[in-house]
Design a protein around this ligand. Sequence first.
Ligand SMILES: CC(C)(COP(=O)(O)OP(=O)(O)OC[C@H]1O[C@@H](n2cnc3c(N)ncnc32)[C@H](O)[C@@H]1OP(=O)(O)O)[C@@H](O)C(=O)NCCC(=O)NCCS
Length: 392
Amino acid sequence: MNQTMQEQPTAKDHDHPEYSPGLEGVIAGESAICQVDEGEAGLRYRGYAIGDLAGRSSFEEVAYLLLFGHLPGRMELEEFSHLLVRHRRLPEQTQHFVEGLRPGMHPMDVLRTGISLLGLSDPDAQDGSRDANLRKSVRLLAQIPQLIAASYQVMTDRQPATADSHGGFAENLLSLVAGPRDGEIGAAMAKSLNVSLILYAEHEFNASTFAARVTASTLTDLHGAITAAVATLKGPLHGGANEAVAAMLVEIGRPEHVEFWLRDRLAHKRRVMGFGHRVLRQGDARSAIIQRQAERLSDLCGDRNWYQIAATLDRLMLEEKGLRPNLDFYTAVAYLLMSIPRELSTPLFVCSRITGWCAHVIEQQEHNRLIRPRALYTGPAPKAYEPLERRT
Ligand SMILES: CC(C)(COP(=O)(O)OP(=O)(O)OC[C@H]1O[C@@H](n2cnc3c(N)ncnc32)[C@H](O)[C@@H]1OP(=O)(O)O)[C@@H](O)C(=O)NCCC(=O)NCCS
């Protein structure tokens, strides 16, 4: 047998130790961006514990950290924040696309096509250098909230939302997707949104980031890799779960309905959205952080209904299935309290994860090796070819 034949993986190798369905537990590359930490921190971005970042930073600081590799100094942060305001305007071509949207289109599909279109008119479209990719990343971070808000207005025939030019990224985003908020409750909502953006920003080789890295590994352009990532995030097993959790909480309606609803759901072997994680089997450190925000917002808003449904479900899922909530679960409670339209939950995830995706595209291309794994062949054995005239 020659060498090439020996290297072919075949169906007989089903119990091959190197084969892992869904790539579970496989180390698929190196990265210096994020560490899923077994210790107390749970998760670190470029060395910093997620609890410190969520408790003490603005989303802009974390976005800068992920993209440029260090926490910004005062001047760097000012300049970065200024760029995020300056680049908000959508190019004419994208604006035309938005005006042609129709009700019933899903905002994630709009975002996927819109981001691809933004690539066409990007001033650095033909430049794949690190500096150009950083400029593209900053522009995308600034443009995506505008793209989401403008599309949603057209599709729902609502009043144009106004950007908050005085506040930071979270204040602006909240104003765009849920209308302007004032006072103590408005400030608490902006704070919770800021925390959720930080928690959503990065999580090493999750499905959408891996899709972005696979795409980037062919040395194609950044917008192409991000388009692939958005398409991947949409699925309900990944980013689409936060929208599905909100729908589920609304369907349950009241805390006293939880037990019956859950028994019925589990009896039909259906999944409960917002629980479980491929990597975080012992629980998700981010969940406890956003849970505190959701509880605080519930108290401030004088509406504990969503939180109580969620907390009851959380307790029963642990008892019944031994499963703990992931980041999407209590985030849905916070977003419901902020009156963020349910179908914008996953697009808001994009507003944040764009930073992690772009950091990964840049990292991949700086240390590139084409990502091209092998398949375990399970098809038919070799067959003799039959000419068309002899086939029935
Ligand atoms: C995230 C997720 C896809 C990880 O799945 P995975 O690593 O492939 O885990 P598996 O699908 O092998 O599940 C293992 C077991 O737990 C069960 N399980 C996992 N998540 C579950 C959930 N959310 N609800 C009910 N049961 C669940 C599975 O049914 C399976 O049970 P079984 O062995 O009796 O068949 C899965 O937990 C899930 O679908 N969660 C809901 C969607 C979600 O919240 N996604 C966001 C992820 S951050």
